[in-house]
Design a binder for this molecule. Sequence first.
Ligand code: S3P
Length: 201
Amino acid sequence: MQSREARWAAGARSAQAVFLVGFMGAGKTSVGRVLGQRLNWLFEDLDDRVEREQGRSIAEIFREFGESQFRRAERAALQRVLGELRSGIAKIVALGGGAFVNEGNAALLESSGVPVVFLDAPLEELWRRCREETGSVSRERPLLRNFEQFRALYRTRRKGYLRAPVKMETSGRPVEAIAAAIVKRLGLKKTQVRTESGEVE
Ligand code: S3P
């Protein structure tokens, strides 16, 4: 039988999708957007899909129905994204910070063979980025409370993130450089598109 790593590596070779995982503040959405632009691939943020499907913001789902309901909606959204990928569409997907550390979600991703990249950074940097984003980003993070709670959650989850077959250090690196490193590491290929003037990009 093929090892976990071999299965995942095989998925990466034929990949038409990449999943970005990591803690809050890891840069999953900003790296994902740039990566999508670079490759001419679609970009999707799973939290955006959850909000669309539920007709509520993440913060409202947490407030009105609790975290467990959010996790159910997150799982259902992930299943739908994975189902859609079977059509061969090329896509980068950023997962919310708690998605990949859920055993069931990790198993779904593993069996899909789609490469999963863990964006890592030291705890203090993750905290700083989240604090800097607060106010500038419209999405409220219900699990971003105080540093002690942030650190405790990170410690519980880190082992889960490390199950991702690829780990990428993001500390002090611009988003462009991180995206370029992912392209190189996974050997991703740009989708050719024809511009309005007929040129191929
Ligand atoms: C969560 C992180 C958030 C969002 C939700 C829960 C978490 O996504 O999914 O608030 O459990 O860490 P980001 O990691 O994009 O902030």
